[in-house]
Design a protein around this ligand. Structure first.
Ligand code: AMP
Length: 289
């Protein structure tokens, strides 16, 4: 595996691979890698001749007072995990080479970035869309791999790639979980023992919601209430729980079609997100997020 920090060298390396007719896959990450990230690397390796992973804690997607400084980092461990997984290229740029002085262009995906996490993290999705657009232009991959865990991000990137004619296949892999159901996240290491014990309650509440849907519940308000009540008496401070269409993230009053049930919660000083998709008949023609 080759590690590259300079955007121009990365572009050159990927261009050479494309010229040789190799299908290029990109897995963008913020590092401190876990099995969720590595599942995307594996998927890319199974579908592409060259797999590039990026590790970049993107400052522009963190708001003031968010955890940019505290975000866990371990570049050496990331490199050895990627090497072991068979990635071909690791792109690990410095912030200064991604955002040199004078950088003034941003990508805003209207609508999709405003609800759910966007309502609580102003500017976050603008930062995400901008850095992913830059990575797409640097690497020019044939396919890019994202996780369902960040469902809003995946929907937004899909929209951006279509709107800006990137011509990149956006592949969304399933959420990888710990044995107790907790969605893997780089931030999980920050949980205390007690918080870690409480963390799977999010997945348990989402699972209870899925079971309620299977038993016939179709009211979004009832689903939200069910999740709220399941988290009462736990250390979770629920930030939001929403029931939206999986394709366009529009809020639903009644469940139909592909439905995304998404939530965010604070546990101590750590913010966790999770979601599930339930598939019901009723909005044929809409693609899943
Ligand atoms: P991050 O490093 O958290 O920005 O995540 C990089 C990519 O890995 C994003 O596309 C995430 O959606 C994906 N990802 C993070 N956690 C998981 C997980 N538990 N399962 C699957 N994909 C994940």
């Amino acid at each position: 595996m080759k590690t590259i920090t300079d955007p121009e060298s990365m572009s050159r390396e990927c261009r050479d691979a494309r010229r040789m007719g190799r299908r290029v896959g990109l897995v963008p990450t913020m590092g401190f890698l876990h099995q969720g990230h590595l599942s995307l690397v594996r998927r890319s390796r199974s579908e592409c001749a060259l797999t590039a992973a990026s590790v970049f804690v993107n400052p522009t997607q963190f708001g003031p007072g968010e955890d940019f400084d505290r975000y866990p980092r371990d570049p050496d461990r990331d490199a050895s995990l990627l090497e072991r997984e068979g990635a071909d290229l690791l792109f690990a740029p410095e912030a200064g080479s991604m955002y040199p002085p004078g950088h003034a262009t941003h990508v805003e995906v209207a609508g999709l970035g405003e609800g759910l996490c966007g309502a609580f993290r102003p500017g976050h999705f603008r930062g995400v869309a901008t850095v992913v657009a830059k990575l797409f232009n640097i690497v020019r991959p044939d396919a890019a791999y994202f996780g369902q865990k960040d469902a809003q991000q995946a929907a937004l990137i899909r929209r951006m790639a279509a709107d800006l004619n990137f011509g990149i296949d956006i592949v969304v892999g399933p959420t990888v979980r710990e044995p107790d159901g907790l969605a893997m996240s780089s931030r999980n290491v920050r949980l205390s023992t007690e918080e870690r014990r409480a963390a799977p309650a999010l997945h348990a509440a989402l699972t209870a919601a899925r079971q309620a849907v299977e038993r016939g519940t179709r009211s979004a308000a009832e689903i939200r209430e069910l999740i709220r009540s399941r988290l009462e008496g736990t250390p979770h401070r629920l930030q939001y729980v929403e029931v939206v269409s999986a394709s366009d993230l529009e809020p639903l009053a009644r469940l139909q079609g592909d439905v995304l049930i998404a939530l965010a919660s604070h546990l101590g000083g750590t913010r966790l997100i999770d979601n599930i998709i339930v598939r019901l008949p009723g909005d044929e023609g809409k693609a899943g997020a």
